[in-house]
Design a protein around this ligand. Structure first.
Ligand code: PLP
Length: 422
């Protein structure tokens, strides 16, 4: 970020100009929404052929998908997603429609049943803490709050979480049982973990024998460019460094096929998968294998997934390009904000001057532009610098998006110049 103008006269003139723009914005009585990290209807249309699938009901091994059973999910679907999720098909579970539900269940099972390597159930621990790279995903933080798990923030770098901090905390505190990781096109920063970060996560000594990496690879195939980011294979690295049970891998097709009707996956070591299946067997007699079969018929193979994601990218790239263009035009060189230019995923992070994010979100709301609450990207809803704003450009159409981002930049200019004049 360049240094904002320090001349009070010039600043006041900029504030006055921003105020006039803001009043004009309010007068338009807009009703726009930048909060929704969900696919647009046009993206969902890409998978409409699925509505008439499956054509039959018999799996490759003769299983009648209409019936109970098959707890681990259809093998042919696990084969297709084995590559994209970097999990051997035999160590992958294809489950229901939500990976968040699998993360929830993993925590509940760990609370009530010793995970492999644990001395006791997490519920019997005096205290449990998770490391939370920030900015991060609010629903991860909500899960921690739900189960009384203390959250310890760790700063994100351009390569993933600050590993010096992570290594020190995990080595020193045996009550740290987990870390949330969104390793590719992170929500909301768009950061992808470097190979070295993944290696250090896999290799670092942990005081807790039952320390787990919650590897939420939600955006594994959600590329926006023609040069997809590849990340290191966390399960292989954990195994190679003597910590075979360290990582729980999650993923889903929520933003590939249908957000409400996709398939979610859990992958891990053989011991962890056996533990998960043993616990899952108590809550279901089997997953929706017809939906698994529907996905198999729709994709055919892993290349089919990638081809489908290229069609998503064609719809999404213009939206992300538009955000970049408007932010550059309105805020570039002002020193009032910086932002990410993600190569995949669903979000742009806008970083504003410290102490301004909440007020910008409030002013935008008053002008009819709904933004994710400031602070949502941090544990306990508290961004200590009050500077992170998450932008979700996927859902609105291009015209609405342009209006909303332009309006947001007006709020940034107004609040930031007011702040500098304080
Ligand atoms: N994980 C991350 C990082 C997400 O951004 C989202 C949705 O926005 C989810 C998980 C939710 O996944 P699912 O629909 O599979 O429950």
């Amino acid at each position: 970020m360049t240094i904002p103008a320090s001349d009070p006269g010039e600043l006041a003139a900029r504030r006055d100009s921003a105020l006039r723009d803001y009043e004009a914005l309010r007068a338009r009585s807009l009703s726009l929404d930048l909060t929704r990290g969900k696919p647009s209807a046009r993206q969902l249309d890409l998978a409409d052929r699925m509505l008439s699938l499956p054509g039959g009901h018999t799996a490759a091994d003769g299983t009648d998908c209409r019936n109970y059973g098959g707890l681990q999910g259809l093998p042919e679907l696990r084969e297709i997603f084995s590559g994209p999720l970097q999990v051997p098909a035999g160590q992958l579970i294809a489950a229901g429609n939500s990976s968040l539900a699998l993360m929830h269940d993993s925590i509940v099972h760990a609370l009530l049943d010793r995970v492999p390597g644990a001395e006791r159930r997490w519920v019997d621990e005096p205290r449990i803490a998770f490391l939370c790279p920030v900015p991060g995903y609010d629903r991860h933080f909500a899960l921690c709050e739900r189960f009384g798990i203390e959250m310890i923030s760790v700063p994100m770098t351009a390569d993933g979480p600050d590993m010096d901090v992570v290594e020190r905390l995990v080595r020193e505190d045996a009550q740290i049982k987990g870390i949330w990781c969104i390793p590719k096109y992170s929500n909301p920063s768009g950061v992808s973990y470097s190979d070295e970060t993944v290696r250090r996560l896999a290799a670092m000594p942990a005081a807790a024998p039952d320390f787990r990496i919650f590897w939420d690879n939600a955006y594994a195939v959600h590329h926006l460019t023609d040069t997809p980011v590849e990340i290191a294979d966390v399960l292989a690295l954990c195994a190679g460094n003597g910590h075979p049970d360290r990582a729980f891998v999650f993923g889903s097709t929520s933003k590939v096929t249908f957000s409400g009707g996709g398939v979610a996956f859990f992958g891990s070591s053989e011991a962890n998968v056996a533990w998960m299946l043993k616990n899952t067997a108590k809550r279901t007699i089997g997953p929706d294998k017809l939906n698994h079969l529907r996905h198999v018929e729709f994709f055919g193979d892993a290349d089919g997934v990638l081809a489908h994601m290229r069609r998503h990218a064609e719809l999404l790239r213009p939206r992300f390009d538009l955000v970049e263009t408007v932010l550059t035009k309105e805020l570039g060189g002002t020193g009032l904000a910086s932002w990410t230019t993600p190569a995949g995923g669903y979000f742009v992070t806008l970083d504003v001057l410290p102490g301004c994010a909440r007020e910008i979100v409030r002013r935008a709301g008053e002008a009819g532009i709904a933004l994710t609450p400031a602070g949502a990207t941090h544990p306990y809803g508290d961004d200590p610098r009050d500077s992170t704003i998450r932008i979700a450009p996927t859902y609105p159409d291009l015209a609405e998006l342009e209006l909303a981002i332009t309006g947001l930049t007006v709020c940034v200019r107004l609040v930031a110049t007011e702040k500098l004049l304080e």
